[in-house]
Design a protein around this ligand. Sequence first.
Ligand code: ZN
Length: 201
Amino acid sequence: MTERVAGPEIERLIQLLARLPGLGPRSARRAALHLIRKREELLAPLAGALQAAHDKIVTCSVCGNIDVSDPCAICADPRRDGETIVVVETVGDLWALERAGVLNARYHVLGGALSPLDGIGPDDLNIAQLVARVAEGGVKEVILAVNATVDGQTTAHYVAELLSPYDVKCSRLAHGVPVGGELDYLDEGTLAAALRSRTNL
Ligand SMILES: [Zn+2]
C-alpha cells in the first residue's frame, strides 16, 4: 500500500490516470503533477474535452465506428466508395488505415476477433450487421483488414465463408516485409508469408 501524498481529489486523479493504457502509477503521478502545474492551459481544457467526449460520442449503427453523429462521418460521406467495405477489428485499426490515406472506402468495425480460447464467438462480434450490409447489395469487395494473428486470420476465413453466397470479392491484406524492413531481422513466419505473397515486378 502506497502512502497518500496528496488530498483525495488529487489521489483520485492519479488513480484514474493510472488506469490509462501505457501509464503505471509512477507515470500517472507525473502526468497528474504536470496537469496541476498547467492548470489553466491544460487541466481545464482537458476536463472540458473529456466531458464533451463523454456527452457526444456515439457508436455508428451502420459500421460500428465511434463518432459524434450516427451514421458516422465516413458512412455519411457521399464521396466515399460504397462498393468497398474494409473490415477491421477495432476503431484503432480504422484510424490507422485512415492515417495511411490509401483508401476512400467505407468500413466495418467487428469489435474484436473470434477467439475460442477467450470465449469470443460470432455473436459477440458485429458480424451479422456486416452480412446484412452485403446482402443489401451494391458492395463489390470486402477487404478483411484484420490482424495477422491466429485469431485475426480465423476471423477473416469465417467472415469470407459467411459472405461466399453473395456476389462479392473477399480479399485480405498482404503479409510480408514491412516498408524499410531488412530481411535479416525478420522472423521465419514473416519471411515465409512474404515469399508466398510475392508479386511480379
Ligand atoms: Zn459508420
